[in-house]
Write a protein that binds this ligand. Structure first.
Ligand SMILES: *[C@@H]1O[C@H](CO)[C@@H](O)[C@H](O)[C@H]1NC(C)=O
Ligand SMILES: *[C@@H]1O[C@H](CO)[C@@H](O)[C@H](O)[C@H]1NC(C)=O
Length: 206
């Protein structure tokens, strides 16, 4: 009798588990850099258009840091980046835009600025296109606030396991594999739809 109850409990626990799993959106984590051509390609051809179609089943975690490092300076930090100081500034602009915009605005802004690959030089124009308050964003990245926010992104990135060695770095549901990284850059829609357990939305079959 006892064994029977346990089994029943186990079966229904599994049923609940798979139901809950099906309802979960797919978390897509991205670590990118403002002046990186591979990041440009991923954001403009995959991340932004696929997210526009599939946002109801996607949970975004988008971070602009990449192959940079920072060191404390006064109350803030100084940064060194793979593609030079303009990249550090561009990354910080994106981080500040993320903090002071809606997700819709931020993603539109990221798509627009990445497409030009000129960092902050595209900021004002792209902010206008995206409905981002650029005064607010500029205040942020020209101050210690922006440096601190950017340092936090770096600290979060430093926790990645395995550690980042390529940009854009992409995790699906908090898991990194090289195979998945390649697949996501090739066809993010397929990767997200495959990872989504429930009845697929229509936009999965376009
Ligand atoms: C992203 O930016 C590119 C380049 O400016 C643009 O052609 C494209 O339409 C934008 N994507 C979307 C979905 O708006
Ligand atoms: C934009 O941000 C600035 C600085 O924080 C603020 O003074 C201004 O009211 C904001 N503009 C809009 C339209 O929200």
């Amino acid at each position: 009798m006892k064994a029977h109850i346990t089994l029943t409990a186990l079966v229904s626990a599994f049923a609940c588990l798979s139901l809950a799993e099906n309802a979960n959106p797919v978390t897509v984590s991205v670590y990118y850099e403002s002046l990186c051509p591979d990041s440009l390609r991923f954001v403009v051809t995959q991340l932004y258009p696929v997210w526009l179609d599939l946002k109801e089943i996607m949970l975004l975690d988008v971070n602009s840091y990449g192959k940079c490092k920072d060191s404390p300076a006064g109350d803030g930090y100084t940064f060194e980046c793979q593609h030079g100081p303009d990249e550090c500034e561009g990354n910080m602009m994106l981080t500040c835009a993320k903090k002071y915009s809606s997700e819709e605005q931020y993603m539109s802004f990221a798509n627009c600025t990445m497409a030009e690959l000129v960092g902050t030089a595209a900021g004002a124009r792209c902010a206008e296109v995206s409905g981002v308050n650029y005064t607010r964003v500029e205040d942020c990245f020209n101050s210690v606030e922006g440096q601190q926010l950017q340092h936090e992104v770096g600290a979060k990135q430093a926790e990645l396991d395995p550690p980042l060695y390529y940009v854009p770095w992409i995790l699906i549901n908090d898991v990194f594999t090289e195979e998945q990284l390649d697949a996501a850059q090739e066809d993010l829609r397929k990767v997200v739809c495959d990872a989504y357990g429930d009845v697929k939305p229509e936009k999965c079959s376009v």
